[in-house]
Design a protein around this ligand. Structure first.
Ligand SMILES: NC(=O)c1ccc[n+]([C@@H]2O[C@H](COP(=O)([O-])OP(=O)(O)OC[C@H]3O[C@@H](n4cnc5c(N)ncnc54)[C@H](OP(=O)(O)O)[C@@H]3O)[C@@H](O)[C@H]2O)c1
Length: 315
């Protein structure tokens, strides 16, 4: 039997539990870890390290809970009603490996569209030897929705490849080499010139449905859309209609609502849609564990936490 508020509740997919426990123990071998749903005495739980699907109502059972840590970068699931227990801070992950993986996925898809890969694959299938007009990197303008940990890193990588990069955030921001926009007016200004639009926003009431009819119509004709953020950002009917009309020439989508993407969904078989199963950037426990343990220690000592979620902003 442990003392009150001295154990960490771990809750994730069954196949990830052991990796997470090992990664946390590697950083702090003294951690007492409980594997949900075997929480033991609820009074012992000081911190809950949870996958995004964990039921927030369940966390109200632990009277000495001081901290909730999300095992991902996004916290939209955790903030949905009923939300975390009142007064308990939530930290999310800002992790180099997570960021690198998303940057790779964005580059993969930007380059896929920029270098006419769908067209060349179609030509290969038909055994057609035909050179298409040369793509000009300096003329292919990229607009990134969200200039946070993931959007900022993608912006830097795309800049390094020579693309003109614009970005959009909630508050004014300055990123070297990036044309930064914010707020409603800034959004329209950026969309109008985004030949490739990349969404890396958190899902909040303000950003839900942002890839909708109006935004898609504002893009230059034949633009490409890349969504690595959340399925709820896209209005699927509007995106399919824009693909149908040629307003949008192609889309790369990693996230959907609902997930898994239903077998009968038109995205699966669409010749100009590239689907990945929410796999753009998957948390690697060993990479993420140091900041999680750091926050557990800080919460114990009453020190300021890192990577805290701003409940008012919703991310
Ligand atoms: N597909 C995957 O595998 C995967 C993996 C990890 C994460 N994700 C998704 O990626 C999202 C972004 O992650 P992150 O770590 O980059 O988040 P972050 O660091 O919090 O950055 C969020 C960015 O979005 C901006 N933003 C938020 N609300 C806005 C609004 N209403 N209008 C304009 N801009 C707004 C923020 O503006 P400010 O700069 O002004 O705050 C910030 O620039 C996550 O929330 C998650 O949903 C997906």
């Amino acid at each position: 039997m442990g003392a009150a508020g001295t154990a960490v509740l771990l809750s994730t997919k069954a196949n990830a539990m052991a990796d997470w426990a090992a990664a946390l123990r590697e950083v702090d071998p003294t951690l007492a870890i409980r594997f949900f749903p075997e929480a033991g005495d609820p009074a012992e739980i000081e911190a809950a390290v949870v996958w995004t699907s964990h039921d927030m109502a369940e966390l109200r059972r632990y009277p000495n809970l001081r901290l909730i840590v999300s095992m991902g970068a996004g916290v939209d699931h955790l903030l949905r009603p009923p939300g975390p227990p009142p007064g308990i801070p939530v930290a999310r992950l800002v992790d180099l490996r997570l960021t690198q993986a998303m940057t790779e996925w964005v580059l993969l898809n930007v380059l896929r569209f920029h270098r006419q890969d769908p067209e060349y694959r179609a030509q290969q299938a038909a055994r057609v030897w035909e050179e298409l007009a040369a793509p000009d990197t300096a003329q292919r303008r990229i607009g990134i929705l969200g200039l946070g940990a993931l959007g900022g890193a993608a912006a830097r990588a795309l800049l390094a490849l020579g693309f003109p990069v614009m970005g959009w955030s909630r508050r004014p921001k300055s990123l070297e080499g990036v044309e930064c926009h914010h707020g409603a007016a800034g959004l329209t200004a950026m969309l109008k010139r985004s030949d490739i639009l990349v969404c890396l926003l958190p899902l909040t009431p303000e950003t839900r449905g942002i890839l909708g009819r109006e935004a898609l119509a504002a893009l230059p004709r034949g633009a490409f859309v890349i969504n690595g953020a959340r399925g709820g950002h896209a209005d699927d009917a509007a995106l399919l209609a824009a693909l149908e009309s040629g307003q949008v020439a192609g889309a790369a989508l990693d996230v959907f609502e609902p997930e898994p993407l239903p077998a009968e969904h038109p995205y699966w078989g669409h010749p100009r849609v590239f689907v990945t199963p929410h796999a753009a950037s998957i948390t690697i426990p060993r990479s993420a564990a140091p900041q999680v343990v750091e926050n557990i220690h800080r919460a114990r000592q009453g020190r300021p936490l890192i990577n805290l979620v701003d409940f008012a902003a919703g991310y």
